[in-house]
Design a protein around this ligand. Structure first.
Ligand code: ACO
Length: 355
């Protein structure tokens, strides 16, 4: 059996910075409200009609590949985690392959749709392929272009102010050094509350899930004998094409599941919270991260937060934060790095890495 090391890491955030004050100009919100509830001060938005999850991912991937000391043609598998793909299908994995000019068709490309825990799931899948000897160099990417799908009116303020755009990538590589790289991964899911944090349109549900949020919504599907379209005028006219979130419900579960799944990883490896050199949580909300930090008894220097600058970038948040921590020297060879996420699904997970 081989082990999986992080051979290289890269990240990219778009140039355009949007502060809370900027959002005050388009909706009824305030810098004070946003900072107090989420810790967020600003976020980045990709260039409209130019940047996408794929184009941002290319920048991050190129840096990760260069730092791994390999060529793009050495990549033998691509895993792409996003909830804001360029197309409904095909997924961003093949678009990234094309955009990067990877002409090798021996490789596979897989898209992961696990929202905030997408990068943790992607690392775990990649780890299995490396450990079994199937692949040597796997490109794992998390990227989001949220700004193209948010409601920039007061109606959408509870969700919109939280999210930002960006991308992060790692190259997972085969290692023969025992005890190095990914030590353990833990994945969980519970579909009971799927609609509590979701974007259910456009979709093939045909109105089936209409009242799962406790309210009836008429999606206006016409009564035809066969099929429909995934989208209809009603959804557009009534603003039913945006993410929906029951914030307090999500908060309560998140602060419970983060410590649980981290504890599971520590138990499996016989380690303790005091052994963690750097904890990089999914940047969901600074208040969630602080709650988890207190629960685990971690010091400030053991936790990396950058949601203040970038907002919640969902599948991209962990690799962007991890890359920043590594670039600043806060993650060094031999360090024990703990990653964990909780999000829509609900799905959650953790990863321990000996850097
Ligand atoms: N600006 C100003 N007021 C707002 C805003 C806003 N952006 N958003 C909501 N409000 C108002 C509401 O309308 C409501 O007003 P009312 O009392 O007059 O009805 C009031 O603020 C309180 O609304 P709540 O939704 O109850 O606010 P809450 O204190 O729960 O904070 C928040 C909302 C920040 C989303 C919080 O619930 C939270 O952090 N939840 C965790 C979910 C999360 O972090 N999700 C991130 C994505 S999921 C993930 O990554 C795991």
């Amino acid at each position: 059996m081989y082990s999986t090391k992080i051979g290289g890491i890269g990240s990219y955030v778009p140039e355009k910075e949007v502060t809370n004050k900027d959002l005050e100009n388009v909706m009824d919100t305030s810098d004070e409200w946003i900072q107090e509830r989420t810790g967020i001060m600003s976020r980045r938005y990709g260039k409209k009609h130019e940047e996408t999850s794929t184009t941002m991912a290319v920048h991050a991937a190129e840096i990760a590949i260069e730092r791994a000391g390999i060529e793009k043609e050495d990549i033998d598998f691509i895993i792409f985690a996003t909830l804001s793909p360029d197309y409904y299908f095909p997924g961003c994995g093949v678009l990234l392959q094309r955009e990067m000019g990877i002409t090798n068709t021996e490789i596979g490309a897989l898209d992961i749709r696990n929202q905030c825990s997408g990068f943790i799931y992607a690392l775990s899948v990649g780890d299995q392929f490396i450990k079994t000897g199937m692949y040597k160099n796997i490109l794992v990417v998390g990227a989001e272009m949220h700004s193209m799908g948010l409601d920039f009116t007061t109606r959408g303020r509870n969700v919109t102010v939280i999210f930002g755009d960006g991308a992060g990538a790692v190259v997972l590589q085969r290692s023969t050094e025992e005890g190095q790289g990914i030590l353990t991964t833990h994945l969980h899911s519970d579909g009971t509350y799927a609609e509590k944090l979701a974007m259910i349109n456009p979709g093939a549900h045909g109105g089936y899930h209409a009242n799962k949020m406790g309210e009836h919504i008429d999606y206006g599907y016409p009564d035809t004998e066969y099929g429909e379209m995934f989208i209809n005028h009603q959804m557009i006219d009534h603003a039913q094409l945006y993410p929906q979130m029951e914030g307090q419900f999500v908060f309560k579960l998140a602060v419970q599941k983060f410590p649980e799944v981290i504890g599971e990883a520590l138990k499996k490896t016989g380690l303790q919270t005091s052994d963690i050199d750097m904890f990089v949580p999914h940047q969901a909300n600074l208040r969630i991260s602080q709650f988890v930090q207190r629960r685990l008894g971690l010091k400030n220097e053991q936790v990396w937060n950058n949601i203040q600058k970038y907002g919640n970038t969902t599948a991209a948040s962990i690799p962007i934060a991890l890359c920043e921590a590594w670039e600043s020297g806060a993650v060094k060879p031999g360090d024990l790095v703990c990653l964990a996420a909780f999000g829509s699904g609900f799905t959650w997970g953790s990863v321990l890495i000996r850097w």
